[in-house]
Design a protein around this ligand. Structure first.
Ligand code: ZN
Length: 157
């Protein structure tokens, strides 16, 4: 398992829902954890390792790994925050992005049970970033057309 980097097509493809949470899915999650940690990431979505599956992991400090399968946003607050955001699939680039400061998501866990979890600040941002990945969306897709052209130009330098 290895990280796919931009402009790999798997990063642009919306992920397929997970039909059954089985041993295969649990193994995939177990394999994703060291890939994320080795690169000092706080989150990783399956499409980033070339798997079209609607699942991600986020590492919450002092709490451990949250694995979210078929996640959906059920609430996001109106208070927005700007923070520099990076992506393991676009190494070396950080972009200031506006995101809600708090979100609640609903997902399925590794036992196939539905759960809800609320994240604030960095964790809210991580959830939204990973859900973007599952929709085939990257941080650079938040840029204005002019900023995007600038980004592509810098990328090829
Ligand atoms: Zn990312």
């Amino acid at each position: 398992m290895e990280i796919k980097v931009y402009p790999h097509p798997c990063l642009k493809t919306p992920a397929s829902p997970v039909e059954t949470v089985d041993e295969n899915i649990r193994n995939i999650v177990q394999e994703m954890i060291p890939v994320m940690r080795e690169l000092d990431g706080i989150g990783l979505a399956a499409p980033q390792v070339g798997l079209s599956l609607s699942l991600f992991i986020v590492e919450i400090p002092n709490k451990g790994i949250v694995a979210a399968i078929n996640p959906e946003i059920v609430f996001s607050n109106e208070q927005l925050k700007v923070m520099e955001e990076g992506c393991l699939s676009i190494p070396g680039h950080y972009l200031p992005l506006i995101r809600p400061s708090k979100v609640k998501i609903q997902a399925v866990d590794l036992e196939g049970q539905k759960f809800e979890i609320t994240g604030e600040d960095l964790i809210a941002r991580a959830f939204l970033h990973e859900i973007d990945h599952l929709r085939g969306k990257l941080i650079i897709d938040h840029l204005s057309p002019e900023q995007r052209i600038e980004f592509e130009r810098n990328l090829t330098l």
